[in-house]
Design a protein around this ligand. Structure first.
Ligand SMILES: [Zn+2]
Length: 157
């Protein structure tokens, strides 16, 4: 596969690497590709853990204050409802999408893709690009993969 160096931009052909190997740029010695530290099981555990923690984070109080005997607490949904009631419709809608909907969709889909890869189900065919993303990519690997597409000039994408 041909990879553009992220530091100097040099195009280089990198053959398939064995396990725990690393390819370096011939000009600046920056890391081009690593095959160590890749684990679909670990990525699935992190993604699924994040997805499951989204439920209590949206139900539990976001902030709780007890000054001088008074008690106040707020959850995400109540804050969005207050924005809606005060006619801040755009911010209320954006908050609903960005704070509640997108994280559930993102980590739900990521967990489904990684789970299918782990189990070898047909969904893995649709998501084969996830396994080719660099090992340094965080849990949002599919989104980073889309950003990295221009760097991968030709290959098995
Ligand atoms: Zn380089």
């Amino acid at each position: 596969m041909t990879i553009a160096c992220p530091d100097c931009g040099a195009l280089q052909h990198v053959p398939p690497l064995p396990r725990r190997a690393k390819a370096a740029c011939r000009l600046c010695q920056a890391d081009l590709e690593k095959t160590s530290g890749r684990s679909i099981t670990a990525a699935l555990a992190c993604s699924l853990g994040t997805f499951l923690l989204l439920f209590p984070s949206n139900i539990a109080p976001l902030i709780r204050v007890d000054p001088f005997g008074m008690h106040a607490e707020n959850v995400i949904g109540v804050g969005i409802e207050r924005l809606w009631n005060h006619k801040w419709l755009l911010i209320s809608g954006a908050s609903t999408v960005l704070v509640i909907a997108i994280p559930f969709v993102r980590f739900g889909l990521l967990s489904a893709v990684l789970g299918s890869l782990r189990l070898g189900c047909p969904l893995a065919v649709l998501s084969s690009g996830v396994t080719r993303i660099r090992s340094s990519a965080p849990a949002g690997a599919p989104f980073l993969g889309l950003a990295m597409l221009p760097k991968r000039v030709k290959g098995a994408w």
